[in-house]
Design a protein around this ligand. Sequence first.
Ligand code: RP5
Length: 190
Amino acid sequence: MARGVKPQRKSSTAKRSAAQPSRIGGAGGVTVGIVMGSDSDWETMRHAAEVLREFGVPFESRVVSAHRTPRLLCEYAENAEVRGIACIIAGAGGAAHLPGMLAAMTIVPVLGVPVASRHLQGMDSLLSIVQMPRGVPVATFAIGAAGAANAALFAAAMLAMRDTTLAEKLRSFRAAQTARIASLSLPELA
Ligand code: RP5
């Protein structure tokens, strides 16, 4: 599932700059790029995809590895702006160079998601992504599914600044979340 380009429905503000042909997926209607270092990251990164789908933000999901497909990484970064991609959500685990290397090659904002790693539970991923040198920022989120979902919510919030429909969806989401938490009750002590 994660390997193919999956353009989703186009939102009212999808940026439509003159997209150029590229072997990186089509030009069609992609506003957010979700990329990850391996298909093993999909279980985490699908949470970003699900949020974007819920909000009707067009996106694609791709495996782009900093270490195993470095040329593809370069191509993806170099074409992101001209394809009209508004931001890139990049998830990786371990020596997680994908978000930082993408950020090094494009001015399109990169949102980094540390994927939990087998041996160090994602602390390696987190530090690899968050400790960028001054001048090349990666907005870094929490380790794991919460980080992936929040990266998508953050992307939606950025897009909502120029999309009143999306802004209204975000307000409704927050209101529903607030109502749900406010209605919670705890069990009585036995
Ligand atoms: C990283 O190595 C990937 O982002 C993934 O989190 C990790 C393990 O990859 P696989 O060995 O599962 O392909 O590059």
